[in-house]
Write a protein that binds this ligand. Structure first.
Ligand code: AMP
Length: 194
């Protein structure tokens, strides 16, 4: 199994690049944001609670997302690898993920960190809000809260993996194809050859 974390602030292109990466490398895409939005759509108790935090641009509690990821790992035993998108977002989540993967006899192969400037992120998200149907993309205050959560709690998660030489920084501005090629180059340098 080769497992990838696609890391970066909201609006850095994680979702778009994830779609291309899972198709190319035959990975299972696990986006905690998407999993939470499915819970909201199904009006589950978890979804109803999570929505309150998401609508403010705050992170939902670690145990909620770790529980969802744990179930998703169990539900997909036969995959070539996982692509984690929007997870882990705190050091506690990173530690929990390591433990879950270890139980399955696997680990993280690479952390790809997309880098995009703050004003570019705000303009991308406001633009995405015109069509995404996501309430957290339409209000600039909520967008800035999401960026603050990223700076305070998530950006340090990269340090957690730095010690193992797993983090590769990629410029997330430019054409989709240029960014995709840069990501693939880093993956192929680390991925075991078949
Ligand atoms: P995203 O789709 O990744 O931008 O996530 C949208 C929102 O879902 C975030 O602003 C958080 O409120 C919540 N969320 C998604 N993933 C996580 C996570 N790993 N930890 C905590 N909250 C999360």
């Amino acid at each position: 199994m080769f497992n990838i974390i696609l890391f970066g602030p909201p609006g850095s292109g994680k979702g778009t690049q994830s779609e291309k990466l899972i198709a190319k490398y035959n990975l299972k895409h696990l986006s905690t944001g998407d999993l939470l939005r499915s819970e909201i759509a199904a009006a589950t108790p978890l979804g109803i609670e999570a929505k309150k935090m998401m609508d403010q641009g705050q992170l939902v509690p670690d145990e909620v997302v770790v529980g969802m990821i744990s179930s998703a790992l169990d539900a997909n035993p036969q995959v070539a690898g996982f692509l984690f998108d929007g997870f882990p977002r705190t050091t506690a989540q990173a530690e929990a993920l390591d433990k879950l993967l270890k139980l399955k006899g696997t680990s993280i192969g690479i952390v790809l960190a997309l880098e995009v400037g703050e004003e570019e992120i705000v303009s991308r998200l406001l633009n995405r809000g015109l069509t995404s149907g996501r309430s957290d993309d339409t209000n600039e205050t909520i967008i800035r809260n999401r960026i603050t959560e990223y700076k305070n709690k998530t950006s340090i998660v990269a340090n957690y993996y730095t010690a193992t030489d797993k983090v590769k920084h990629i410029k997330g501005e430019g054409s989709l194809d240029e960014i995709f090629s840069a990501l693939c180059k880093e993956i192929e340098a680390k991925m075991p050859q078949k």
